[in-house]
Write a protein that binds this ligand. Structure first.
Ligand code: NAP
Ligand code: ZN
Ligand code: ZN
Length: 347
């Protein structure tokens, strides 16, 4: 076994603290990655605090991982020692169900193995995430990362990037569309960058008036504070698409009223509480409310390549791992510009 250092929570109420554990030996198809950076996703907080239920402890969060490969298994073909690599939200899946066959492993109908807070296909070995210095992953579930970008700023693409890229592709959002991004956090700021790069006219809908200039600098064409009821009334019927990245309970009906007829609201934010949608919010105007979860391996690679080509990276605050608990508190206050990334050299 390979000894690993990391940070873990022991239950839903204790802070993250130093934790030593072991990873499996490098198998024939595995790569060993020395982790350089790991992004801090709001999903890490939801899970560390058991807000979605079913959390497995001890938990080492982290699913926005970039690092360098230090060992490859005998049958590995995609990577060699010294290559950069990325790992996102899952590290295995059944490989045979219709979703896996279609490259949509995130929707595996048998068992999608989460990077953490999950079990391997054996259903008994817990998985531990990227708040750690090493990880062993099957090469099939490992992504190639370009040498030409700033690695700390690439890490958040592995979740925030793909989670926003995938539905924008699925719904063919681009030129001629008005896209509203709700919530300017980790996911939201990537949605702005990617949406604008695809040619959409992007509006940020935010609860934080202080983020207006940043929204424009990130590529948005306009900005509106959702607490301004008059402005929200003026914006009724304005958008072809709304991408909702909000992490806390909020009134979906108000946002649905901002869609044009036949418009589509895409939920990617995952507040633990159920949301109430009035039938008439959808019936009047033949509107659609849909969801989307991260992306498959092939699409994640496409997204990484797209971002490398278009020089799209996350805006980050790099922190030592010792500051992770205060970073969580700042994320909860919507006070992050716009993703915390842990520099694993601090471990
Ligand atoms: P984040 O950085 O905390 O951003 C969330 C943003 O939502 C905040 O910055 C804030 O933006 C806005 N917000 C917060 N509380 C709000 C409220 N009560 N009402 C309205 N807006 C509010 O979080 P994140 O990492 O981007 O993740 C966002 C959500 O997506 C989380 O629930 C996460 O679990 C989920 N997620 C889903 C997927 C998926 O596959 N679908 C993948 C990753 C994450 P403003 O200050 O601009 O209002
Ligand atoms: Zn995430
Ligand atoms: Zn499957």
């Amino acid at each position: 076994m390979i000894p690993v250092k990391g940070y873990a929570v022991q239950n839903a109420t204790t802070p993250l603290d130093a934790f030593s554990f072991e990873r499996r030996e490098v198998g024939e198809h595995d790569v060993l990655i020395d982790i350089l950076y790991c992004g801090v996703c709001h999903s890490d907080i939801h899970q560390a605090r058991d807000e979605w239920g079913g959390s497995i402890y001890p938990m080492v969060p982290g699913h926005e991982i970039v690092g360098r490969i230090s060992q490859v298994g005998s049958k590995v073909t995609k990577f060699k020692e010294g290559d950069l690599a990325g790992v996102g939200c899952f590290v295995d899946s059944c490989r045979t169900c219709p979703s896996c066959q279609e490259g949509l492993e995130q929707y595996c109908e048998v068992h999608n193995v989460g990077t953490y807070n999950s079990y391997e296909l054996d259903k008994k070995t817990p998985t531990y995430g990227g708040y750690s210095n090493k990880i062993v992953v099957d090469e099939k579930y490992t992504l190639k990362v370009s040498e030409k970008l700033d690695l700390a700023r690439v890490a958040p693409l592995l979740c925030a990037g793909i989670t926003t890229y995938s539905p924008l592709m699925q719904w063919k959002v681009g030129k001629g569309h008005r896209l509203a991004v709700v919530g300017l956090g980790g996911l939201g700021h990537m949605a702005v960058k990617i949406g604008a790069s695809l040619g959409a006219n992007v509006t940020v809908l935010s609860t934080s008036p202080s983020k207006e200039q940043d929204a424009i600098d990130l590529g948005a064409h306009s900005f509106a504070v959702t607490k301004d009821a008059n402005l929200m009334r003026e914006l009724r019927g304005s958008f072809d698409f709304i991408l909702d990245t909000v992490s806390a309970p909020h009134d979906l009906n108000m946002y649905l009223s901002l869609l044009k007829r036949d418009g589509t609201m895409i939920l990617v934010g995952a507040p633990p509480e159920p949301a109430a949608v009035a039938g008439f919010s959808l019936i009047a105007g033949r509107k659609r409310l849909v969801g989307s979860m991260i992306g498959g391996i092939q699409e994640t690679q496409e997204m990484l390549d797209y971002c490398a080509e278009h020089n799209i990276m996350s805006d980050v605050e790099v922190i030592p791992i010792q500051e992770i608990n205060s970073a969580y508190e700042r994320v909860l206050k919507s006070d992050v510009k716009y993703r915390f990334v842990i520099d694993m050299a601090s471990l």
